[in-house]
Design a protein around this ligand. Structure first.
Ligand code: HEC
Length: 206
């Protein structure tokens, strides 16, 4: 009990001394921190200067190949990278995912292909006129031979299916094999990417 009392009695003056001591300690710590910070900065500077020296010493010898390597890498590594990464890293984990990201449908490219390969015979704007072939606005999801004003061949009008993305993809691969007897004089897209992109574009026409 005596200890508590004496501590309480000296409390009034003790606090003043404590706060002074605390302030001094804080100031000392501040100075230390500032010094430490300076030291750290200097150490960092020295370290980086040393790195610079090391790199600088080795750079003249390594510079010519180092300068030519990135150029070669940029030109040659990019395409093989994609080709190599797909089977190596993703084929094991997800075979389906390996082909899906490899060819995300490019609707802009599909639009360009449509203009080049289809637009001679098809309009695709809403309410557009028939040409040699019918208007193809909103064709994905429509019944085959969807345009009642258009005179289809028997082959097409009796095909009796729906233009899903799947049926369209196979039709655009070999139109005359899928709809035997069709008058559509288009040989088909050999490249799957072309079919995928055009079908993606057709899907946007809604
Ligand atoms: C040389 C002209 C020509 C070209 C090029 C052509 N088509 Fe056609 N297309 C036709 C004709 C003609 C028909 C009607 C076929 C029939 O009645 O048998 C048709 C029909 C279609 C149909 C069926 C429409 C329906 O209402 O069921 C689709 C879909 C189609 N074409 C898509 C395309 C796409 C996509 C392209 C481009 C990749 C294309 N066509 C290129 C002439 C063409």
């Amino acid at each position: 009990m005596g200890g508590v009392v004496s501590a309480a009695a000296s409390g009034a003056t003790g606090i003043g001394q404590d706060t002074e001591a605390l302030i001094r300690a804080r100031q000392a710590r501040m100075r230390q921190e500032v010094l430490l910070a300076k030291l750290h900065d200097e150490a960092r500077l020295h370290a980086s200067q040393e790195w610079d020296k090391e790199n600088g010493e080795s750079q003249p010898a390594a510079a010519p190949p180092a300068a030519s390597k990135p150029k070669k890498k940029k030109k040659t590594e990019k395409p093989p990278d994609k080709a190599a990464k797909a089977p190596e890293t993703t084929a094991k984990d997800a075979p389906a995912a390996a082909s899906a990201p490899a060819e995300p449908a490019d609707t802009a490219r599909g639009a360009t292909l449509f203009k080049a390969k289809c637009a001679a015979c098809h309009t695709c704007n809403e309410g557009g006129p028939s040409k040699q072939g019918p208007n193809l606005y909103s064709i994905i999801g429509a019944q085959t031979a969807h345009d009642k004003a258009y005179k289809y061949t028997k082959a097409m009008s009796s095909f009796n299916s729906t233009w899903t993305e799947e049926t369209m993809l196979s039709f655009l691969a070999k139109p005359k094999e899928v709809v035997k007897g069709t008058s559509m004089a288009f040989p088909g897209f050999k490249k799957e990417k072309d079919r995928v992109d055009v079908v993606a574009y057709l899907s946007t026409l809604k």
